[in-house]
Design a protein around this ligand. Sequence first.
Ligand code: WT7
Length: 665
Amino acid sequence: MSETMPDDVAIESVLNERREFPPPAGFSDAIGGAHISSIEQYREMYDRSIRDPDGFWGEIAGELDWFEPWSTVLQWESPDAKWFVGGTTNLCHNCVDRQVANGYGDQVAIIWEGEPVEGGSPEVRRLTYADLARETARFGNVLKSLGVRKGDIVTLYMGMVPELAIAMLACARIGAVHSVIFGGFSARAIADRVQDADSRIVVTCDGGWRRGAVVPLKDNVDAAAAMTDRVKTVVVLKRCGNEVAWTLDRDHWWHDLVGGVSDDCPCEAMDSEDMLFLLYTSGSTGKPKGILHTTGGYMVYTYLTSKYVFNLVPDRGQVYWCTADIGWVTGHSYIIYGILPNRVPTLMYEGAPNFPADDRFWDIVERHKVTQFYTAPTAIRAFMKWGNEHPRKHDLSSLKLLGTVGEPINPEAWMWYHREIGSERCPIVDTWWQTETGGQLIMPLPGVTVTVPGSCTLPFFGVDAAVVNDHGEQLPVNVGGLLVIRKPWPAMLRGIHGDRQRFIETYFARVPGMYLTGDGARRDERGYFWIMGRIDDVINVAGHRLGTMEVESALVSHPAVVEAAVVGMPHEIKGTGIAAFVTLEKGHDPGDELRKDLLKHVTTEIGAIARPDMIRFTDALPKTRSGKIMRRLLRDIAAGTDSDQDTTTLEDFSVMARLREADDG
Ligand code: WT7
């Protein structure tokens, strides 16, 4: 065990967590009827879903529209899963057209709130299912007119505007595959992803609003397009009205293209296993990988988790808000694809949680009467720091359910969320999942599961999660090990774009036949799961996943740097911060000037989310005699702790002494 687990000081404290929170009485009435009424019902349904996955998932899939029925629910030949084999459907149809066809065209599908402009009131747009049907049809026709065919990969690099949702759904409508790139990524990151996906078309905005400033999205696309020969077409939505450069024949304004286009664009019949989207995420090598998701299984799984985990019920005045950016998988699955088929309005916002003021979120909750609220622990820790007066200024009584996602939540933050935001009456669903899993896999069901601060509790239906050793043997209670999923689930990734070998090696090689999550975990005497952090060189910074090697490559590409080692370190708000140890070429001064330059360089290479929180210059890195960097020692130094680590394999002891004494910024 010791070799596979990162040192994590937080583990000790949560091991002693004894507080239990039974499902709040009155939850079912407050939310408009609970879908699942008791833990016994959960257990019964869970057992059946494991014993008879075909029966279980077949019934659920029947709640959505299919053009042609499937012949087989599941074909599994590890590592390849095929769900709803032979069935055809369309996800845009199930999100949008199906609601219109059933007579709900006038209901609100998306509530959007823009970043408030100085002194003005926030801009709000409400789009009905009929609006979405029309706009996705128009943009679908635009894409076709630009030469996009079924299976082509369309890159979307936009801010949080309704047109991003429209563009995604339009791709799904015509059978194109989207690859959304988070608006905080740099030109270099766009170029890498466009190149890897061989994507010929990029949809972007002139700019996006963030804290009163314009993020120059179009400029970044221009710079990316200069780094690769792939980009042939750029569609630009006007959002901020900022000045942009223009390349004739390549660049087109969104509004010009949709102007005269027909709104007749039928939803393409997609095979259940046709690709739906690619989403790049960090792994343990320097190169992000394109995680591949397909249509039918992803649709059914995100629909059902949304329904049960957030207890979505249409026509009961619910307003659901997930604060994530659509550039991450959380936004794909739990702002758009899982929520729209449930016919509950989904809110999306542009900007930041602390602009124009630290109460932005609570102001939105109050004005829109949000009922379900889903956010990240890093945001909760920031709210705690900003002070209780901000939520207390607002009427948060509309809230019925709270959720968290992205990283382990520390019990203090859980308690604060429960008390200050949930008034001790809202169940908290701590949802564990990954870009690769497509949907939430381990979480409490609201009003059903007894919750414990810091534990994501129990697996969802059909999810055979276990904590095992390298031989795939289940470990005893409270012994940490590898978190694996032993059976396929409908929303699981189908591959890494263009890299079959990496797909097999990363997820299915270490424990043959099981999906390796890359997380360490333990299971307590209740059977609850406790996530203990990553077992690979991936760090989770403010809920965003980064490869330490990715940051190292960025640092080493700076002319002054010879070698760099990056590790995670405890950080009050981000959970994990980034610590970089850097050795320099002769003739470069280790000082604040260079430190600033390196920070800027990493921002250009990857994006601001990858900026190290600490850079320490050193003349050597601690290495084993075989030349491997001893990261565990660096983690200790970065954390300022000095545990009794085994240093017998260390090649040069003096390196450690000098590192401990060094100063940093
Ligand atoms: C990694 C996946 C899931 C969408 C956002 C992140 C960590 C995620 C939890 C949680 C403890 C969590 C894991 C996982 N993680 N949710 N509730 N408790 N850890 O997706 O970027 O693919 O990152 O985030 O370490 O492996 P991602």
